[in-house]
Design a protein around this ligand. Structure first.
Ligand code: G1P
Length: 301
């Protein structure tokens, strides 16, 4: 039987959001399927989980998200089409990810916040620790971000939240943690003393923002069930964790790597450029193209 402090086998991907920031692109297509070079955003997160040794993927979906299920399903017609034409590279590219993972889906029904999205996975997770990956945050890191967190979890044996220092003017977009900096737990690892969801700049306890990776223990479910809705009628994961902090220590970990927030347009564009430049087949010609641009030309010229 799975034990509360056993290995991390499951990763939850909340993916029920409406993606209104990317309309009209997301009118008939989930934002998780927007493409960075040639891979949907959600696949970056799923590959990170697999490379971290976590291959049970739980995706929290909602209306209009069928494309995600199709993407991680076997595409029989497409596969035989590619097979007949000997297009083995493409065949391998679409087969690889489906062969590596077991995917389960659970519907969120109503968009009642990130805490609620985690809560609807309760039966699928059961009594074991698990990861939560917010696909918007695409992290280029070696070892993969989730692997780094699992290593920390195995040492501290408690929930671990990924954090990153952000400019003070940005703290109100994030959950923000207060830490005990006097305790030495290893590079980038801190005990959390408090956490608050999207504080005003003047109320923020620090500029250490929670980014989209969590290792959680199953007692988070009880804490979320006991957590009141916020002013917008949503259950926030940060508020559930704040409640859990009464009962057990929580830890923050600064990931070593490059994070892209693909959930906003500028961050998305930066991520496309970043990953395209790193591609062996595209990097050089793309770099030459970028260098040829006259970047001094202003808007409207
Ligand atoms: C969510 C969390 C927030 C966290 C952020 C990271 O907010 O509620 O605590 O800092 O993800 O991306 P959202 O971006 O969904 O508004």
């Amino acid at each position: 039987m799975a034990v509360m402090n056993g290995p991390i086998r499951k990763a939850v991907f909340p993916a029920a959001g409406l993606g209104t920031r990317f309309l009209p692109a997301t009118k008939a297509q989930p934002k998780e399927m927007l493409v960075l070079v040639d891979k949907p955003i959600i696949q970056y997160g799923v590959e990170e989980a697999v490379q971290s040794g976590v291959d049970n993927i739980v995706i929290v979906t909602g209306r209009g998200k069928n494309a995600i299920e199709d993407h991680f399903d076997v595409a029989v017609e497409l596969e035989s089409y590619l097979e007949q034409r000997g297009q083995t590279v493409q065949l391998e590219a679409i087969r690889k990810i489906t062969q590596l993972i077991n995917v389960s889906y659970v519907r969120q029904g109503e968009p009642l916040g990130l805490g609620h999205a985690v809560l609807v996975t309760k039966n699928l997770i059961g009594n074991e620790p698990f990861a939560v990956i917010l696909g918007d945050d695409v992290i280029d890191a070696d070892p993969p971000a989730l692997k780094q967190m699992i290593d920390v979890y195995e040492r501290v044996q408690g929930p671990v939240l990924a954090v990153e220092r952000v400019p003070e003017e940005d703290v109100s977009s994030y959950g923000v943690v207060a830490i005990d900096a006097s305790e030495s737990l290893g590079r980038g690892v801190y005990r959390i003393t408090d956490l608050v969801e999207k504080p005003r700049r003047e109320d923020a306890p620090s500029n250490l923002a929670i980014i989209g990776r969590y290792i959680l223990t199953p007692d988070i479910f009880g804490a979320l069930e006991a957590t009141a809705k916020d002013g917008r009628g949503e259950i926030q994961l940060t508020d559930g964790l704040r409640r859990l902090l009464r009962d057990r220590p929580l830890y923050a970990y600064e990931i070593e790597g490059v994070r892209h927030d693909t959930g906003n347009k500028l961050g998305f564009l930066k991520a496309v450029v970043y990953f395209a430049l790193r591609r062996p087949d595209l990097g050089e010609p793309f770099r030459r193209y970028l260098e040829s641009l006259d970047l001094k030309v202003g808007v409207g010229h």
